[in-house]
Design a protein around this ligand. Sequence first.
Ligand SMILES: N[C@@H](CCC(=O)N[C@@H](CS)C(=O)NCC(=O)O)C(=O)O
Length: 190
Amino acid sequence: MKLYGLGGRAFRCLWMLEEAGVDYEHVPVDWSAGESRTEDFLAINPNGKIPVLEDGELRLFESFAINYYIARTYAPGFWVDPGDEPAAVQWLAWGMGELEGPHDAANRSQTKIDGDRFEVSLNALRQVLSEQPFMVGDKFSVVDLNTACLLLRPQYQKVAKNDERLKEWFAECINRPALARAIRLKENRG
Ligand SMILES: N[C@@H](CCC(=O)N[C@@H](CS)C(=O)NCC(=O)O)C(=O)O
């Protein structure tokens, strides 16, 4: 497998690959230096964005789809039981649509992040975590990984700072050795 992309949303895929423990090549395309907009890279991803994953004939863009593929194909322990798949897809869409989307829109328009809005979105996470140890079922899965990755952003940390249960779940996610390995890889290649 080959993962294109340095930092940004490629980081969550780097973390997932490290969890999966599979062999892969990392191509550190630096989007902030315009490397995702070159002619060569546009031939790989017409969106001009990282990450991209290649596995044989398969080529995928969209970080959550990539992580879903890695988990389901190479690390089923990080995917969910068949009966829980609808819930997993719900949370993957929620992460992109309710957390990441508004954050990026605010960033692009240089407006202040709307704290209340994130509080409301995070209430869904608070509720599920009040009922069970992880977001889907009783074990850490790619759903927790993707969400924790979004919450690594400082703006979200502020919102979550007084919530003990959220902090406890977050700590379990970010104390994983695979995350520490991904951080080292990113730093070494940055
Ligand atoms: N929804 C996509 C978004 C990908 C994305 O926006 N990537 C950014 C880096 S975090 C990028 O490559 N931007 C380059 C550009 O817009 O020129 C995903 O999750 O993979």
